[in-house]
Design a protein around this ligand. Structure first.
Ligand code: ARG
Ligand code: ZN
Length: 860
């Protein structure tokens, strides 16, 4: 059934304190939950507690054991009528952590007990009002076998730790900060620990511990460094200090998402903790830095101030993504960070906004909240915060943040409360701006301009359009900051400004412009829109060479490349030969040889738009034409710039020991981009270079770059390298994930068969979300050519896996449905095949609500 924002009511009862006792047993854990409840209103409502997959053993009310007639219970809830104003409720349940394959609630990962309670996992541990506006302090007692679970953790401070009889031990934890149930966590197991400390701005020493499986002690340095950097950064940039004396991070290999911000006990997917240079790539290092910071930043934006209800999810997620992006921008190259954020937004969020699953940043209804941990809530949510930051400016934004915490510390609040704090602190009216929270879809902004020599005036007209999305037919114009610059013909910036755009159509005039300028638009991607501007190719090449805004410079290269590639797609479809655009290649060459630019930025400029991005630009997607066009353009570039690529590749090779710092990452990024172009020619000498890099690499970034190139080559070198890679790393789960992905991404014929075979390889397990994402997820999302094979084999394989997974882990199954939801964008034949698979999903007996919601909405 459907849950609606408009139906929000305050909880009937509030909770003061929760006392939990866990007696841990793999298949039968006993949980006693004793809580003090008090009525939140006077209408003597029954108490309705959520509960799922629980075995109810006892209930007592103020010390009196309740009989079956005193309450009613089904598989979703427990209802108790006729309650006093204030009472103590004790509930004893039994749960099965080992049998919990959904990885929600209390489960076991490689023998370690751990929890995931966001959004609604706590109800799989005990009966409770499992909603974020019920906040309480928690006291947690854990009893477990001492030998198999020497480490016992929960939120807050450790009060006691003692041995008890029968080889058991007991730990008591107390969290003094009231919190919603979704932030509860428990971990118990045999884990190794790496420790450090951080001294806060007021001089308090915080103990930092990272817990990992034994043998991984040498892979946590980067995570620890990142944590300390994040703690410092939040003090410097936002004046936010950590509030307890202990901060624990636990890494587990079975985890539905990236990580979880439980108060002082973050639980992480190993992917976002473990790194050493020979097993993790530069991208992995950046991911760890970002996610460690993200979860740390949640301590204020999420935990101290939390969400009133799950429709407000972006209150904490959009804001925290904005904060982690800002952190990463300060830690490494700001323009490159911005470019990679925009690439993610375009790859994951724009398609969401343009398809059947489109929803506003603050959704208005859902069936399964776990389906709403989306790119819209997270990444577009972050863009919304960024636009407020741009409209208000850093100082006012900071005042708004301070006011937000002053008003709402310890509360569960709404996106409106956040916007109100920003408005009140700045006197900037955000009434219209708040449409970004309620209107789904990506605005299209069309730009026209003209220059009047006589008047020395430049006029820019911007017209915005927002197409209907499911359930929203009529849209209003949005308020957005559009950052612009004017460049003179020498490429000097003569003006830069942020326009506050709020009307459907609006003209901005710039006076005293002495000669006809070139305009740079939506600099730094100041608004998350699709810009339509009639740039000539000459102007795009000019912006590539001259724009003083690095983002816009990269964007000019992307726009030029997209333009060209879409023309080539048309040619391919008509059976015409491709035309080579020398000017584009020359513009790329200038970028490549420009010694004023950072190497990582040059690498980004040289990367053509992805097949997925090109697909989004087409009315009817033609995966074969896109693939052929893009490969052809890569070959043209490789031919013309071969000498440059070879020279730069050689210059950038280095024997220095690996360092994850931004400069060395940039060097590797450009070197490996050159190598990938050198590989286009199928020249045996180049193949030898790649094979040599594969074998001699002293770090995973270089080794993986070579392996990715080889995995698309019809050569013995491919099979040899893949086999070598597996032999080297087969005991290393995260590296094996890379081995699976690289094969699932290959454009070579037979890739689906390879993926199918890998399903029964010892390396694969359908119960492990990382393995599923690496093999099946990558195939369905990142291999359009094979996934959309016109015989429907890709769709059928994918659907079989969704149905297989739905029985094991519905959250993961539901998240895999999205590619089928793009059916409207394909030719009739593929449309029918895709729809038939969605229908097959919906018709399946016993389908989970999660998967049903995604499949039925995708079908439309
Ligand atoms: N709050 C977590 C984060 O953004 C995500 C947890 C979501 N988990 C889920 N099962 N929906 O860091
Ligand atoms: Zn988050």
């Amino acid at each position: 059934q459907i849950i609606r924002l408009e139906d929000y009511r305050e909880p009937a009862y509030l909770v003061e304190n929760v006392e939990l006792v866990f007696d841990l047993e793999s298949e039968s854990t006993r949980v006693v939950c004793a809580a003090t409840y008090y009525a939140n209103n006077t209408d003597n409502a029954p108490l309705v507690l959520d509960g799922e997959d629980l075995k109810l053993l006892h209930i007592s009310l103020d010390g009196r054991e309740l009989g079956e007639n005193d309450y009613s219970c089904d598989n979703k809830s427990l209802t108790i009528p006729d309650l006093p104003e204030r009472f103590e409720l004790v509930i004893e349940t039994e749960i099965d952590p080992k049998g919990n394959t959904q990885l929600s609630g209390l489960y076991q990962s490689n023998g370690t007990y751990c929890t995931q309670c966001e959004a609604q996992g706590f109800r799989r541990i005990t009966y409770f009002q499992d909603r974020p506006d019920v906040m309480a302090t928690y006291n947690v007692t854990i009893i477990a076998d001492k030998a198999s679970c020497p480490v016992l953790l929960s939120n807050g401070n450790l009060l006691e730790h003692n041995d008890v009889e029968d080889d058991q031990h007991i730990a008591v934890w107390h969290d003094p900060f009231p919190k919603p149930s979704y932030l509860f966590a428990l971990v118990a197991g045999d884990l190794a620990q790496v420790s450090d400390t951080f001294v806060t701005c007021t001089g308090r020493t915080v103990d930092l511990h990272i817990f990992i499986e034994h043998g991984n002690e040498d892979r946590v340095d980067w995570a620890m460094e990142s944590l300390k950097a994040a703690m410092k950064w939040d003090e410097d940039r936002f004046g936010l200090e950590y509030d307890l004396d202990l901060y624990n991070i636990v890494a587990v290999s079975d985890f539905n998402m990236g990580a979880m911000e439980n108060k002082s006990l973050n639980v992480f997917n190993t992917k976002y903790v473990l790194a050493k240079s020979d097993t993790a790539t530069d991208a992995d290092y950046a991911g760890i830095e970002g996610v460690i910071a993200h979860e740390y930043f949640h301590n204020w934006t999420g935990n101290r101030v939390t969400c009133r209800d799950w429709f407000q999810l972006s209150l904490k997620e959009g804001l925290t993504v904005f904060r982690d992006q800002e952190f990463s921008s300060d830690m490494r190259s700001r323009p490159c960070e911005r470019i990679s954020n925009v690439k993610v937004l375009r790859a994951a969020q724009f398609p969401e906004d343009a398809g059947p699953l489109a929803h506003p940043v603050r959704p208005e209804q859902y069936m399964a909240i776990d389906n709403f941990y989306t790119a819209t809530v997270y990444n577009k949510g972050s863009e919304v915060i960024r636009m407020m930051h741009t409209l208000l400016g850093e100082d006012n934004f900071r005042k708004g943040m301070d006011l937000y915490f002053e008003r709402h510390d310890g509360q569960a609040v709404t996106c409106d409360d956040f916007a109100a704090a920003m408005m009140d602190a700045s006197d900037i009216d955000l009434t219209q701006f708040k449409l970004w929270y309620s209107q789904a879809g990506t605005p299209e902004v069309t730009a026209h301009w003209s220059y009047d020599h006589e008047a020395q005036r430049f006029d820019l007209t911007l017209a915005q359009h927002l197409a209907p999305t499911p359930g929203q037919n009529d849209k209003q114009p949005m308020h957005m900051p559009i950052s612009v610059g004017l460049l003179d013909l020498e490429g000097m910036e003569i003006l830069s400004d942020v326009l506050s755009v709020s009307k459907a159509r609006e003209t901005f005039s710039f006076e005293n412009i002495e000669s006809e300028p070139v305009i740079s638009l939506n600099r730094d991607f100041s608004a998350p829109i699709k810009l339509k501007a009639a740039y000539s190719r000459v102007e795009l090449a000019f912006l590539m060479a001259n724009d003083s805004d690095d983002f816009a410079r990269w964007e000019a290269a992307q726009t030029y490349g997209t333009d060209l590639l879409l023309d080539m797609v048309k040619a391919y479809q008509k059976g015409q030969p491709f035309k080579k655009d020398e000017d584009f290649i020359q513009a790329l060459r200038q970028t490549l040889l420009n010694d004023q630019l950072d190497l990582d930025f040059i690498a980004l400029c040289l990367q053509l738009p992805t097949e997925g991005y090109l697909a989004e630009q087409m009315e009817t997607i033609d995966v074969v034409a896109i693939h052929q066009a893009r490969e052809a353009l890569r070959r043209y570039i490789a031919e013309d710039l071969q000498k440059d690529f070879l020279r730069i590749f050689r210059d950038l090779r280095s024997d220095k020991p690996y360092s994850p710092n931004a400069a060395s990452c940039g060097q590797r990024a450009l070197k490996n981009t050159c190598l990938s172009y050198l590989a286009e020619g199928d020249d045996p000498a180049c193949l030898a270079l790649i094979t040599a890099q594969y074998h001699n690499a002293n770090n995973m970034t270089d080794r993986m770059a070579a392996l990715s190139i080889l995995s698309n080559k019809e050569a013995d070198a491919r099979l040899e390298a893949l086999e070598d890679f597996y032999t080297r790393f087969k005991d290393d789960a995260l590296v094996v994930d890379k081995w699976l992905s690289v094969q699932a991404m290959s454009s070579l014929p037979g890739t689906l068969a390879t993926v199918q075979n890998l399903m029964s390889h010892e390396a694969f397990s359908i119960r492990n979300p990382n393995k599923v994402r690496s093999l099946i997820g990558v195939f369905a999302h990142a291999n359009p050519l094979h996934y959309h094979n016109e015989d429907g084999s890709g769709y059928a394989f994918h659907t079989d896996r969704i149905l297989e997974l739905d029985k094991i882990n519905p959250q993961i199954a539901a998240r895999m449905v999205a590619p089928l939801g793009k059916w409207r964008r394909f030719d009739k034949k593929r449309q029918d095949l895709m729809k038939a698979e969605l229908q097959r999903i919906i018709a399946t007996d016993g389908l989970s609500g999660d998967t049903f919601e995604m499949a039925s909405k995708s079908l439309g």
